[in-house]
Design a protein around this ligand. Structure first.
Ligand SMILES: Cc1cc2nc3c(=O)[nH]c(=O)nc-3n(C[C@H](O)[C@H](O)[C@H](O)COP(=O)(O)OP(=O)(O)OC[C@H]3O[C@@H](n4cnc5c(N)ncnc54)[C@H](O)[C@@H]3O)c2cc1C
Length: 248
């Protein structure tokens, strides 16, 4: 896929940068099926990256090696170790392998890669929309967008099927208290209606409420709901380049 925010990382990315190795320095379970690892690059440093980028992790399974992208959930300013965050997936053998890794283990990766990024504070009102671990690339983007005290309004509409799947909630609530221009809206929505409910929220707030179409959207999550939301916003009058997305 070629347009900005629409990636084909598993097929093409790994060849473009040298293989790196990292040691797991810390493991944290957000809940029973969601975990963060903090990784420190061995024998070098993580190349410079923009908020929103991912690394491609080499996963050596008995049935054959696979490469899976994982977004960098920490900010570039925080340096190393850097954080990735992931959840179990039904029949997901790749992520099951990641869950078996422990502190002190090493893993191979390439990157960082990606075009779903936000490099500098936006000039137009910006709305981040994420589901579950889909907040991983959004988190450093939101911090970058809010780096300056003053600026445009920034919103995070964050949905998950259970409250425990709303990650970094305390951090976002603290950020909303510190930066009045940041609005944080967490939603617990059953999985089967998550994207349709998000679609309704977006329709009411960002399409029906006014005729303004100068806003940026960054959408991240699993499945076709991401594309449906993208299409709804574009059909509603937002420019293609103003609606960025990453579908897992
Ligand atoms: C650019 C990019 C960045 C990504 N960053 C992250 C990340 O930061 N954290 C993360 O958990 N995953 C992330 N993913 C998804 C991740 O790369 C793997 O697809 C996922 O861990 C499942 O891999 P698997 O090999 O275990 O299962 P597979 O057999 O490859 O996947 C099985 C199914 O799971 C779906 N799926 C993928 N991710 C998830 C998920 N998180 N929850 C539920 N279903 C899912 C896929 O659409 C697929 O249909 C990212 C994907 C992309 C394209």
């Amino acid at each position: 896929m070629t347009e900005p925010g629409n990636l084909a990382p598993q097929a093409s990315a790994p060849e473009r940068r040298p293989a790196l190795r990292a040691r797991i320095e810390r493991v944290h379970d957000h809940c029973a099926d969601t975990r963060s690892l903090w990784l420190r690059t061995i024998g070098g440093a993580l190349p410079r990256f923009s908020p929103g980028m991912f690394i491609s992790v080499a996963i050596p399974l008995a049935e054959g090696a696979r490469v899976r992208p994982y977004s960098i959930a920490s900010s570039a300013e925080d340096g190393e170790p850097f954080e990735i965050c992931f959840n179990r997936v039904p029949n997901g053998a790749g992520v099951a392998w990641l869950f078996e890794r422990e502190t002190g283990d090493e893993l191979d990766f390439t990157g960082p890669f990606g075009a779903f990024t936000l490099d500098r504070a936006p000039e137009a009102e910006t709305i981040f929309i994420a589901e579950g671990t889909g907040v991983a690339p959004i988190r450093p983007m939101a911090h970058r967008a809010l780096a300056e005290r003053d600026g445009v309004p920034i919103h995070l509409i964050y949905a998950a099927d259970r409250a425990e799947h709303l990650l970094y909630r305390d951090e976002f609530e603290r950020l909303a208290r510190e930066r009045p221009r940041f609005r944080f809206a967490p939603h617990v929505i059953p999985a089967d209606s998550l994207w349709s409910d998000l679609g309704r929220i977006v329709q009411r707030r960002w399409l029906d409420a006014d005729a303004v179409r100068v806003r940026n959207f960054y959408i991240c999550g699993v499945g076709k709901g991401v594309l449906a939301l993208r299409d709804r916003l574009r059909a509603g009058g937002y420019e293609r380049r103003s609606v960025r997305y990453e579908q897992w």
